[in-house]
Structures are given as C-alpha cells and as structure tokens.
Design a binder for this molecule. Structure first.
Ligand SMILES: [Zn+2]
Length: 376
C-alpha cells in the first residue's frame, strides 16, 4: 500500500497575472507590477523538492482529470461554474469573485483538472488501492464558496472531495481538518448545518477572510457542534499548533469516527511566510501529518487525503510541504531540514498562556460531537 500523489504541470500554469502581493498591478496607483503572490513558482519549487528528495519516487502517481460539471454542482452553483468558464475564456481572463481571485486564460479548465484529480485520488484511497494521498494543486480551493471565488480559490476541492466520498463512494462521515493558516471559511459555510461533515480549522485569528473563523462559530441546526475553529493569536508556533492537534483535532476525530479525513493544508504557517504571522517550522508539518496519519490508521484504515492550499514563502513553503509529505508517508525525519538551524529558536518557543487559552476554549466544544449521525 502506497501514498498517492496527484499533480499536473498545468496547475503551475494557472496564470494569476501581475500584482504586488495580491493587489492587481496598477502603476498609476503605486501598485508596482510583480508576480502575483499566488503564482506557480512556489508550488513548482515544492514539486521539484519532492523530486530531488526522492519522496516523489516513494508515492504512486494518480493522474488528474477534469471534474465533470455535475461533480462541481454538488458544491457550486450553476451560475458560478458558468461565470468562471466565461471569464477564463476571455483573452486576458478575469476574476472568480472578490477581485482577488484572478483567472488567467484557461484557468477554468485547470481548476476543473485540479478538482477532478482530487476526486480520483479520494476514490483510490477509499477503494484501498492507496493508503493515503497528497494532491499538489493550483488554484487552491478552501476559501471558495458555493457561488463565488474568494482569496485565490476557485473550486472548493476539499468540499468537492467530501461530497464525492459521500455521494459517489457511499461514505457517511467525513472529517475536514483544515490546516491552512487562513480560516477554512468555504468548507465551514458549505457544511455549516450538516452533521455528516465535521469541519475543524486551525488558523491565525483575525486574518483572512476578515471576521471569520471564531470559536463561537460552531455550526447550525442539525450541524450544531460539527464546526470547530481554533483561531490562534499572532505569533503562535509549533507548540501551540501541536497542542491544538492533541487537545482538539485528535479527540474530535476520535468522537466523530470519520470514514475519511480530508486535509486542506496550506504551507503558509511557516515562520518566514509573507501572508501570515504564525511561526511553524518544517517539523511542525511533519508532526501534524504524522498525527493525522496515525489517527486515520486507528479510525478509518489510514484514509487521509491532503490537498494543498496556500503557502507563499518560495524558500520555506516547499520544505514545509516536504515535511508534511514525509509525515504522510511515515518516513519521519529522515530528510535534513536546511532551515532547522535557523528556526530552532522558533520551534523551541514555548506556547504562551493566551495561545493555550484559545485551544482550551476550543477543546471544550469537543464533547458535543458524536459518531451517531449518518447521511441516511
Ligand atoms: Zn492560506
């Protein structure tokens, strides 16, 4: 049994245009043209690092294929899918919603390819051909809503994966553990009243989207209690994130008894990350993946499907990805993290009381979860 790996060169060709960070270039307003912060560069470097470190050879490749329109419509509205297609057919592309989700020419097809590849990876893992899997995709997905793109995200790959597992593969309970450093608002909103999908997000408080991902957001109706947020304060690092894994994520999974764990994972929690202010190190990602893998071994035959989201430090994010994949494969710590000497001080930083307080508050929500729900 192997770990599956799904990517496609076209993912790196999704063209987000020229920008300063995420601001579309506007020279007369002082926004100097540069590569958009969510360009193909960082993830291409991640792919290359997986290759050079030999991790690529240890995984079994799953080919991408375009998601069917019917598959997209399990999560997204028809009007939105059409709008994305129309914008991306323009010679210079367009935007998927909020003005900060650029579509280049052909981006609709590339986004469909990412989503479809994720679904096939889920199928391969659920059918026990593969133990678990990692999808390296662009555009990312976890901010995307039913009817609009948001924050660089076009189609919500993780949400589509959850619905695919339920509708196509007959799984009842799916857990989404969102480890991007920004709130997994898209998945939260799509499953807010649904007790068959447990949605947990650890993220930086008060970051993106604005005013989103607070502890008080716990689900609605039948889904009350099946949304958990751990909004960590600025500067939270390895100890705080691992504490959240141990106090919130693992016990919540134990109670929920998922049949599949989907992990939208951004590599934007690193201590050199330009779009967030957390202080994770490469080993943080390795350990989080390892914990999820072990939990999945106990709960659901090892079924974890991780899907790349953000990550914008072209130097460090690729190494965070490598650390995470190492944890997924179970080859823990055999590769030497070249940043370790520099980040040792960050990793050793103790969890501060106000960080622990947030995790402890979120942990109090865990006992509300039960495994009794089914999709029937
Ligand atoms: Zn992010």
């Amino acid at each position: 049994m192997a770990t599956g790996f799904m990517t496609d060169t076209l993912f790196f060709w999704h063209d987000t245009g020229t920008a300063a960070l995420m601001l579309p270039a506007d020279p007369m307003a002082g926004v100097q043209p540069d590569a958009h912060v969510e360009s193909g560069r960082t993830k291409r470097r991640g792919f290359e690092l997986l290759d050079v470190t030999g991790l690529l050879d240890e995984m079994r490749r799953v080919r991408a294929r375009p998601a069917l329109i019917g598959e997209l419509l399990r999560v997204h509205t028809d009007a939105y899918v059409q709008r994305v297609a129309q914008a991306s057919a323009q010679p210079r592309g367009g935007d998927a919603g909020d003005g900060f989700t650029p579509l280049g020419r052909g981006s609709a097809e590339i986004a469909r390819l990412a989503a479809g590849g994720v679904l096939d990876l889920v199928t391969a893992v659920a059918s026990e051909n593969l133990t678990n899997g990692f999808a390296l995709v662009r555009p990312p997905g976890h901010h995307a809503l039913a009817g609009a793109g948001l924050g660089f995200c076009v189609f919500n790959n993780a949400a589509l994966a959850a619905r695919h597992a339920q509708i196509q593969l007959g799984l009842r309970r799916v857990a989404i553990v969102d480890l991007d450093t920004h709130h997994g608002n898209g998945g939260q909103q799509l499953f807010y009243d649904d007790p068959t999908v447990l949605h947990i997000s650890i993220h930086e408080a008060g970051s993106f989207p604005p005013d989103s991902g607070w502890i008080e957001e716990t689900g609605a109706g039948a889904g009350e209690g099946y949304t958990i947020n751990v909004p960590l304060p600025l500067g939270s690092g390895h100890a705080a994130w691992l504490y959240a894994m141990h106090q919130v994520v693992l016990p919540a999974l134990q109670r929920f008894q998922p049949e599949l764990i989907i992990v939208p994972v951004g590599f934007d929690g690193g201590c050199f990350e330009p779009l967030a202010r957390q202080a994770l190190v490469v080993d943080s990602y390795r350990q989080m993946a390892s914990l999820l893998t072990k939990a999945a071994d106990r709960l659901c035959d090892g079924r974890v499907v991780a899907i790349s989201e953000g990550g914008y430090s072209s130097g460090m994010a690729p190494w965070c990805m490598v650390g995470f994949v190492e944890g997924l494969i179970g080859r823990n710590g055999s590769l030497s993290d070249p940043y370790a000497g520099i980040t040792a001080g960050y990793a050793a930083a103790p969890m501060l009381p106000h960080q622990q307080h947030v995790v402890d508050r979120a942990a109090r929500l865990v006992p509300r979860i039960t495994a009794t729900v089914s999709a029937d």
